[in-house]
Design a protein around this ligand. Structure first.
Ligand SMILES: [Zn+2]
Ligand SMILES: [Zn+2]
Length: 179
């Protein structure tokens, strides 16, 4: 199993490799990171946000065209929303192996705090690992410190540790061995 991470050219530069390494270590899967080749679709001018579902459609179109069967995670700098949510940190569609994460609300600066690359890298990696976890078949987890816990706020995201809980770890190992 190999995960493709597509890094939007306007996402924070220089963080690709640390994020990729951290995602690999959280999930125990191989990853590669390349500049994003997928068209950014779904921008809504009135909201200044991108419709996450439209982005997933765009990833799917690219995967079909390039005959990529492995999961793809796209990292973008634009703020994301989905129908019914004012914003989402990320979104995954397991059936087509496509996920997206926005860095927009993951930097301290967004909240008027002092910037920190370490915080930023950890948050992108935890969100990225969470969406990839879905792509590999993991559901949400009720353990607030587990990567598969669904965070609604930055504090909830920061509370999570950079690991899967023992139960999710076990499920993940089964899923990886089955594939
Ligand atoms: Zn989730
Ligand atoms: Zn868990």
């Amino acid at each position: 199993m190999h995960i493709h991470i597509f890094w939007d050219s306007q996402s924070p530069a220089g963080l690709q490799m640390p994020v990729k390494r951290l995602i690999s270590s959280i999930l125990g899967v191989e990853t590669s990171v390349t500049e994003n080749p997928v068209r950014i679709m779904g921008y809504v001018t009135a909201r200044k946000q991108v419709d996450a579902q439209a982005l997933l459609d765009s990833i799917l179109a690219y995967k079909r065209l390039q005959q990529i069967t492995e999961p793809v995670l796209l990292v973008v700098h634009q703020d994301l929303f989905r129908n019914g949510n004012s914003f989402v940190f990320g979104l995954a569609r397991e059936s087509v192996g496509a996920g997206v994460v926005s860095t927009s609300r993951l930097a301290n600066e967004y909240y008027g705090r002092q910037g920190s690359d370490d915080d930023f890298i950890e948050r992108i990696a935890k969100e990225g690992a969470h969406e990839i976890g879905h792509l590999l078949g993991l559901p949400h987890c009720s353990d607030q410190e587990c990567v598969m816990f669904k965070p609604d706020t930055l504090d909830e995201l920061d509370r999570k540790k950079k690991v899967l809980c023992p139960s999710c770890r076990e499920q993940m190992d089964l899923l990886l061995n089955a594939g």
